[in-house]
Write a protein that binds this ligand. Structure first.
Ligand SMILES: Nc1ncnc2c1ncn2[C@@H]1O[C@H](COP(=O)(O)OP(=O)(O)OP(=O)(O)O)[C@@H](O)[C@H]1O
Ligand SMILES: [Mg+2]
Length: 510
C-alpha cells in the first residue's frame, strides 16, 4: 500500500483533502500521492472526477479551499495554488483534449507551452524554434514538418505531438508527467511506442501518472493504481493487489453483473445491406465487400491501412471510386447527402471535432440526428425533444447534471456517449463506427456494445473500426483485415479471436 507519512521525501507529488465543487461536489476530499520512478494509473468511471483532479493539480481548475498540494516537498494551500506553482514544480501535463491550437503550426504550439526562443536582439527566432521542435518530434519517432498546422494532423499524430510537447525538456531533470487518457485515440502499435517512452522516462527517475480506461494496458505498464468513484478514492495500492475484476468492481461500485457479453451467431438475411465493388478511397483500391442486415463486421488494420478511409469513402466524406450499394441500389457519387438519404450513419473517430456542438445543451446534441422525428407541420417540437432526453440519457448511461447543461460541461467519456447515442437512436440501415468506445469506461463500454448488438438485431448492418482487438472479438461476427489499402483477410466464426486478428494484421505480403 502507498502509505504516505506527512512530509515524506519519497513522494514527489502529494495532495491532501482536495475537493472541487461546481453546482455539486465532483471531487471529494481526495488524498493522492506519487512516488518517484513509478508509473501510476488513475482509474474510474466516466465522470468520476479524474480529469478534474488532474486539472486542479495543473492549476487550471481552482480547488475548493482547505486542501493541500505538495510538489517536491513544497506545500501550497489549495486556495492560493495556480498554474505557476505547478510549473515551478516541474509538472508536465497532457490533458484529455490535448490543448493544441488547430490554427497554429506544431512549432507554435510548442512555443505556446514553453517559450519562443529569441535571437540576441530579442526577436523570435523561428529557425531555432523549428529546429528544436523537429528534434523533439524525431525523438518521439515522429516524422512531421514542425510548420504544419496542427489542424491537419490525424488524431494519432495530434496525440503524439501533444505528448512530444509535454516531454519537451523533461529529460533534463526529474519531473512529473501527467497524461490524461493519452492512449484513448492510439492504435495498438502506437501504444507500444508510447509505453516504451514511458518506461524509458521511468528508468530515468521521472514519475508518470496517467488515466486510461483500457485495463489491459494498465496491467501492462502501471506500478501503482488509484481508483476514483463519485469523486472519492475507493482503492489504491500496487497494481499486483488489483486484478482486473477487482478494479472493475471498484469502478462500478458493485460486483460485475455476470457475463452479458453475447457473441452474436452471425445470422444473415437475403440481400446485402451494404455492398462495395471495385471500391477505392484514400489508400484503398479494388475492394469488394458485402455486409448483411443484422451483421456486425469488424475492421482491423494498422495505422495507414485504410480503415478510416473505408468508412469515410462509403459515407461520401472522402472521394471514392467503384460502387457503393445500399439494399441493392447503387449510390450516386454525391457526397454525404446521398449516403444519409440512403440510411447510412457515420460516427467518426474524431467526434469532438467533427460531430459535437460543445456549447449547445446535451438534449440538442442527443437529437441532432433524428430531428425529423420532432418535426410536425414543419415546426420543431423542442418540448418533446427535451422531454425525451432523460430517457435517452438513462439508456446510454450519460452522466450529466441535467439535459440542459452544455455538452462541454460533461466528462470526456460522457461526451462520447452523447454523440454515439445520437446516431444509435437514428436506427440507420447501415451504421459505420470508428473507434466507438474510445475514452469510454469499462461499464459503459459493455453498454455501448449491447446497443450496437440491439441495432444489429433490428436489422442494421454495422461496420466497426477498432484498434481494441478485444472489442472486435467481442462484438464482430466477422473481422476483415486491411493492410496497405488491400483487404488481406476475412475472419469468421471461431477465427474471430484477438490472436488471429493480430496475426493477420502483421502478416506482410499475405
Ligand atoms: N466546467 C464544469 N462545470 C460543471 N461540471 C463539470 C465541469 N467540468 C466537469 N464537470 C463535472 O464533473 C464531473 C467529473 O468530471 P471529470 O471530467 O473529472 O470526469 P472524468 O473522471 O475525467 O471522466 P471521463 O472518464 O469521462 O473523462 C462530471 O460529472 C462533470 O459533468
Ligand atoms: Mg476525463
Amino acid at each position: 500500500m502507498i502509505d504516505p507519512t506527512p512530509g515524506d521525501p519519497e513522494l514527489v507529488l502529494r495532495v491532501t483533502r482536495l475537493s472541487k465543487t461546481y453546482a455539486t461536489r465532483v471531487v471529494t476530499g481526495v488524498d493522492w500521492a506519487l512516488r518517484p520512478g513509478r508509473v501510476h494509473a488513475l482509474l474510474g468511471g466516466n465522470g468520476s472526477g479524474k480529469s478534474t483532479l488532474l486539472k486542479m493539480i495543473a492549476g487550471v481548475v481552482s480547488p475548493d479551499p482547505g486542501g493541500v498540494i505538495e510538489i517536491g516537498g513544497v506545500h501550497h494551500a489549495s486556495e492560493s495554488y495556480g498554474p505557476s506553482a505547478a510549473a515551478g514544480g516541474r509538472l508536465r501535463f497532457v490533458h484529455q483534449d490535448l490543448g493544441l491550437v488547430d490554427d497554429l503550426s506544431i512549432a507554435d504550439n510548442f512555443a505556446l507551452a514553453t517559450r519562443y526562443p529569441r535571437t540576441r536582439l530579442g526577436a523570435v527566432d523561428d529557425r531555432a524554434l523549428v529546429r528544436h521542435v523537429r528534434a523533439q518530434l524525431e525523438r518521439r519517432g515522429l516524422d512531421l514538418d514542425p510548420r504544419l498546422p496542427v489542424g491537419l494532423l490525424r488524431p494519432t499524430e495530434r496525440t503524439l505531438v501533444a505528448i512530444a510537447r509535454a516531454f519537451d525538456g523533461v529529460e533534463a531533470e526529474p519531473a512529473i508527467l501527467v497524461l490524461d487518457e493519452p492512449t484513448a485515440s492510439l492504435p495498438v502499435d502506437e501504444v507500444a511506442h508510447l509505453f516504451d517512452t514511458i518506461r524509458e522516462l521511468r528508468g530515468l527517475g521521472h514519475s508518470i501518472a496517467f488515466v486510461s480506461h483500457r485495463l489491459g494496458e494498465v496491467a501492462e505498464i502501471a506500478d501503482d493504481v488509484t481508483i476514483l468513484r463519485d469523486g472519492a478514492v475507493v482503492g489504491e495500492g500496487e497494481i499486483s493487489e488489483f486484478p482486473e475484476a477487482r478494479i472493475v468492481e471498484l469502478i462500478a461500485g458493485h460486483p460485475p453483473e455476470g457475463a452479458r457479453a453475447r457473441r452474436p451467431s452471425g445470422q444473415t438475411v437475403a440481400a446485402p445491406a451494404l455492398s462495395l465493388r471495385a471500391f477505392g478511397a484514400g489508400p484503398l483500391h479494388d475492394l469488394g465487400l458485402d455486409v448483411h442486415a443484422g451483421e456486425i463486421v469488424g475492421v482491423a488494420g494498422l495505422v495507414g491501412s485504410g480503415r478510416s478511409s473505408l468508412l469515410r469513402g462509403i459515407f461520401g466524406d472522402l472521394p471514392a471510386t467503384g460502387t457503393v450499394s445500399v439494399a441493392g441500389r447503387v449510390l450516386p457519387h454525391a457526397g454525404t447527402g446521398a449516403a444519409v438519404r440512403a440510411g447510412i450513419a457515420f460516427v467518426p473517430e474524431d467526434r469532438q471535432r467533427d460531430a459535437a456542438y460543445p456549447e449547445r445543451p446535451v438534449w440538442e446534441n442527443l437529437s441532432a440526428a433524428i430531428l425529423a422525428r420532432y418535426r410536425r407541420f414543419g415546426r420543431l417540437s423542442t418540448r418533446r425533444e427535451r422531454a425525451d432526453a432523460p430517457s435517452a440519457m438513462a439508456r446510454f448511461r450519460v452522466r450529466a447534471p441535467a439535459a440542459s447543461v452544455p455538452l462541454a460541461a460533461l466528462s470526456g467519456g460522457n461526451q462520447q456517449k452523447v454523440i454515439l447515442a445520437r446516431w444509435l437512436r437514428a436506427d440507420p440501415r447501415v451504421l459505420l463506427l470508428d473507434e466507438p468506445t474510445q475514452g469510454v469506461d469499462a461499464v459503459a463500454r459493455d453498454e455501448i456494445h449491447e446497443l450496437v448488438r440491439d441495432a444489429a438485431e433490428r436489422g442494421t448492418a454495422v461496420l466497426v473500426v477498432s484498434s481494441d482487438l478485444e472489442e472486435l472479438e467481442q462484438l464482430s461476427h466477422r473481422v476483415i483485415v486491411l493492410e496497405g489499402g488491400r483487404l488481406v483477410d476475412d475472419l469468421r466464426g471461431d477465427d474471430v479471436t484477438r490472436e488471429a486478428i493480430t496475426h493477420a494484421m502483421h502478416e506482410t505480403g499475405a
